[in-house]
Design a protein around this ligand. Structure first.
Ligand code: HAM
Length: 421
């Protein structure tokens, strides 16, 4: 136990952590470019927040939440997703009084208790964006475009964008009745889960992966055929906007998404070859959520992608991000005088922006050189009493093995020149 992490969690350690940093940096850069600002919400919220937004009948709320009672007797839940917390913060901090739309992004861990498998963890990480206060289809297209740009920059191609509309409170009740009437005589073919939830939220059946349920649904009436004029027009406008942006998509009338807050647009991005958990990202519109929490009418749309799945997809394609440019300098000492001068040089190098290090184990010069090599130094600077007496140090280029004498006072400038090349 003491040396085993909880199931479904991961330690992220270099060099993998370097890839994480690169992916996160891209997420931040792109978000800023699109006019999104960062929001950091708590890792836990009141349990009710998720029950009332993600939905009681969703898998997330009904069986995947990390819910606990704190010492004050309150029911809290580790966030299973980011949208609910952002909407809560939008209201609590009166962000609706700011110029609309309010555009926010977040990066961080989420928690869901599901059976771990490739691409499915209990603690995973999302990059997400939320655009609050705009109802136009162009806003949906912007969110989708940011998502696709993110994947494109990472070199992930062969992605499929699946698009659907799940309707709104004006058209969904009528569709719900039609779907219920269709499912009723077929109840015996549904799995136990679907049977339990179909009466409360029949749309959830579309989310089921069981073969029996899928067969039942093959002939089911589809929500797109029952959209009200406003939802139909919106879906058409999103399609037009995507065409304008040259973003390919596939209509998927079976796509309902696993969260209850969606209205109108729902979309998912699928990547082949990473196993059963092939949805690398997803999102949609949630025009009623802010109001349902007691706020002003605020149409909104957002998206989130799972970073573990992004990394999995990168690995599958053999595309790893380039490691940070090599500017690693090791400062080696041949004797005590060299070690003393090395302390000063090390500080100068770090101040100048180099990744620089030295020996702390009293190693011999030979052992220091071996260590510098294993550490991945591009250059090792060797300092010794005799050379320092002449005012110079030895600069060794680790790859070629070439060495040169450089004046001690000019080492930083000389290395800047070398490593710029
Ligand atoms: P979601 O589809 O539940 O949507 O999750 C988004 C992404 O998070 C998934 O596509 C997947 O990449 C990743 N993900 C989800 N669960 C796991 C897991 N157990 N392990 C690893 N990765 C996972 C949402 O969370 C919505 N809040 C998205 C959204 C934002 N909609 C509007 N705004």
């Amino acid at each position: 136990m003491l040396t085993t992490r909880p199931r479904g969690t991961e330690d992220i350690i270099a060099p993998e952590a370097d890839v994480w940093q690169a992916v996160e940096e891209l997420a931040r850069t792109l978000s800023h470019r699109y006019g999104y600002e960062e929001i950091r919400t708590p890792l836990f919220e009141h349990t009710e927040l998720y029950a009332r937004s993600v939905g009681e009948t969703s898998d997330i709320v009904s069986k995947e939440m990390y819910t606990f009672t704190d010492r004050g007797g309150r029911s809290l839940t580790l966030r299973p997703e980011g949208t609910a917390g952002v909407v809560r913060a939008f209201l609590e901090n009166r962000l609706y009084a700011r110029p609309l739309p309010v555009k926010l992004y977040y990066l961080g861990p989420m928690f869901r208790f599901a059976r771990p498998q490739a691409g499915r963890l209990r603690q995973f990480h999302q990059f997400g964006v939320e655009l609050l206060g705009a109802g136009e289809a162009a806003a949906d297209a912007e969110v989708i475009s940011l998502a696709m740009e993110f994947y494109r920059h990472l070199g992930l191609e062969e992605l499929t964008l699946r698009l659907n509309s799940v309707g709104c409170p004006a058209c969904r009740p009528a569709y719900r009745e039609v779907l219920l009437a269709y499912l009723e005589p077929r109840q015996h073919s549904l799995c136990a889960d679907c049977l339990a939830r179909y009466a409360r939220n029949p749309l959830r059946v579309f989310d089921c992966k069981e073969e029996g349920c899928r067969q039942v649904l093959a002939e089911a009436p589809l929500v797109t055929a029952y959209l009200c004029p406003e939802c139909s027009a919106h879906l058409a406008a999103v399609r037009d906007a995507l065409r304008l942006l040259a973003i390919p998509y596939e209509d998927d009338p079976y796509l309902v998404r696993g969260l209850d807050y969606y209205t109108k647009t729902a979309f998912e991005v699928i990547v082949p070859g990473i196993g059963a958990q092939s949805a690398i990202g997803g999102g949609g519109r949630y025009d009623g959520l802010v109001e349902a929490f007691g706020g002003p009418h605020t149409p909104a749309v957002g998206f989130a992608t799972g970073l573990e799945r992004v990394l999995l997809a990168l690995g599958v394609r053999g595309k790893t991000l380039a490691p940070p440019a090599g500017r690693k300098v090791f400062v080696a000492a041949a004797d005590a005088a060299g070690a003393a001068a090395g302390v000063e040089l090390l500080a100068r190098l770090r101040r100048a922006g180099f990744t620089a290090d030295r020996d702390y184990l009293g190693r011999s010069l030979k052992a220091q050189m071996k260590h510098a090599d294993r550490w991945g130094a591009t250059i090792t600077v060797i300092l010794g009493e005799a050379e320092l007496g002449r005012g110079t140090v030895t600069v060794r280029h680790m790859q070629s093995g070439e060495q040169e004498a450089v004046p001690f006072a000019q080492v930083v400038e000389a290395l800047k020149e070398h490593l710029a090349r």
